[in-house]
Design a binder for this molecule. Sequence first.
Ligand SMILES: [Zn+2]
Length: 487
Amino acid sequence: MSHTDYPYDSDRSYDPDREQGDERHRDPYADAHASRPGAQGNAGGAATGHHRPTHGNRPDAVERTFAALPPAHGRGFAQTWWGQRWLKALEDTALDNQQLKKGRKHARDGAVGAVSVRPGRITAVVRGQDGTPYRSDVLLRELTEAEWDRLLDMVADQSGHIAALLDRDMPPHLVEDAAAAGVELLPGIGDLEPECGCEAWDHCPHTSALCYQLARLLDQDPFVLLLLRGRGERDLLDDLQARSAARAAPHAPGRAAVAPTPQTVPAREVFAMAVAIPPLPEPPPPVPEPGRPPRLGGDAATVGTPSPGVAGPLDTDALEFLAADAAARAHRLLAQALAPGHEQVPVREELTEGQDAVRLATANPAAPIVARLAAGCGRGRADLDRAALAWEHGGPDALAVLDERWAPGPDALARAGVQLSQAWEEPERPRLRADGNRWTVVGADAQLRYGQDGRWWPYRKERGHWCPAGPAAGDPATALAGALGED
Ligand SMILES: [Zn+2]
């Protein structure tokens, strides 16, 4: 159930845009003035007819006005346990059962006008049996700042409490936890104090009717009770979010005083708020092929205005190349994301700039772009070609094998020796000279490189440089066959 399910709900704090000046915001006291011109000292500032509360311990405390409910014959007034507790407080407090009975009838008959809820007070105009309107108020003590502090701390510690409230539910658990923190949320005996224009000194049919009506409102939205206790919904949720954020922040008491509240939300909070935030949009449909980047030649290429920090005109060819690469990657990423089991695939580490330059070079761009890539990653042109070749055989792992030397442990070396000796009969068995992780065949332009990934990579010497000769193999004999051109 969402907040907007209540057509009569005009919470002014929640969405000011909804304030249309319609009859939901009609001054609930206007009739009362007419009915009891002589009334004095009854309701303090409220009798002036202002919507803004003139009391309450917070300046931004708000008022909500609920339109009159239609007659509801034969129905109970409280379906929820907290609504029933509210009525029990009334029934325990009132001395005269006849007054309550009349009140129930008034409420059922639709005699209660719009109900205004403010911190510490609910107000409505209630029509008596003969149609005379009476301004009726019921007062409930606001929680003190210290009580609110304890209550909100307790709720912020339990994301389930926040979720329940947002779902317009008030679990008994929450009220018990509050009581354990020394805060009584629901009224008890004697807590609902009547004030009525009929000048009764106890609950009269009018204040009783108002209480019954309020039970119906409470059923729909427990935030009504919290407002009556002193805080509006928006105010409460902001406060709870700040408290949750403070709990999630690293413990830095000195810094917390100066640093602004971080604009982050703990994950458990987000899950708790799931009822209040819109669901994620549907993923986009798969596309058959990458989009084509726009042609940037022509005007853009001939303008020739140097970009800031770049000598010479804009390099539109390079930009087109990058746009095409971005489109191809986006296409691939989308296909991967839509594939079943995608959520199980570990997230890859981001490439370094050097790795990314090599990756881009594998796309065979035009010579000027290759030259920029080579300069950008600090490789010579021929070195970049070898690096791109390695990348095609095995991505970052293969590139690391091209660039790095390291010393494998004795176990790995011994195991490799056994595997190689089993793969060839003497005298065909190639003789290898080990130098760290690089094992070179004596008398041939072939080499094995043992990678940090535990695999063996074939290399061949071409024009005086060792070049990647194929993908990796788990055993050195297979890799060596590849390096010798025997596969
Ligand atoms: Zn009365």
